[in-house]
Design a protein around this ligand. Sequence first.
Ligand SMILES: [Fe+2]
Length: 384
Amino acid sequence: MSDRFDEIRKFVAPEVLFGEDSRLLCGTYAERFGLRRVMVVTDPGVIEAGWVTPIVENLNEHGIETVGFSDISPNPRSAQVAAGALVYEAAACAGIVAIGGGSPIDCAKGIGIVASNGGAVLEYAGVDRVSAPMPPLICIPTTAGTGADVSQFAIILDEARRTKAGLISKSLIPDLALVDPVVLATMDAKLTAATGIDALVHAVEAYVSNASWELTDGCALSAMREIPRALPACCANLDDRESRRAMALASLNAGLAFSNASLGAVHALAHALGGRLDSSHGECNALLLGPVMRKNLAVMPVERVQRMADALGVEGGDLIRRLPEWFDGFRADLGVDTKGWKLALSEAEFESIARAASVDACMATNPWKPEVDDLVEMLHDALD
Ligand SMILES: [Fe+2]
């Protein structure tokens, strides 16, 4: 596009119902969408936590048949999407209800894309490569952080390349997000911390993104104001309803921010590192946030860095040094550390992770363009 459109910004979002027990409106809304048979996409942990059966019963009460699919691992694989799409087609489903964290929701998006467009999910990796819209998708997120329930992103593991492929398209925005803080109660402290830091990274990366604007800034700064207090409180006591609600809202705000302003080098590196080690997205992000911001904040206008610090409640003279230190301390206090990941990686692998990150779709909106050497340096800073 020519320069005349450079200043244009956009904002897209699904319908959102926010509040305790909103999940129990699933049947009402699925019926309103005219659905008669839906695929319920989830994972074994969510089933075990007891959240799936009541939703299925709720759908059945509204005359909607369900077909289950739960063969999904953390970091959903392209083969799992293909298997789900076969089940979807064989059962002649007309819509999808995704219940879970980012993995089931991203897998559900992949299944929807393949159901509408055919082929294999990885053919649609990249920006705006999906033409036909998905079947209706209702999301009930059971973690507070992924933002997949409102975003136009899906991340699928490319098993052959051992990296995570990003699909970014308006066609991936769910039709409805039922954001219900009640379902956060069954996460353990480790998952709460990892997913909550993912939300913080979404807010920070969306704010420093070169596609940010007033609407996304409002969402990002709101999330940054809540997370420093609410996330440690949630990790300490998941029965704390007020903090759980605050984290659900912060995740929603951060999800809307990054869906519209996109992300940056933290996510680009986390996709490549997480794909290589098959490790937790939130933990990869947590380790990389400080090291990437050590570089990113130096190119940001001083007043924007100050606004970010004010939202986070971070004080100190040299914020370009102080904020990355604060990010490192925040994740360490929540118990996220490197766990010796560096030992699993050779120096050549550091470079190949950096190369994969340099072509990740998220890198396009990082506030400056790092070279591969810069990315290797950030990885060392994160893992050494
Ligand atoms: Fe993320």
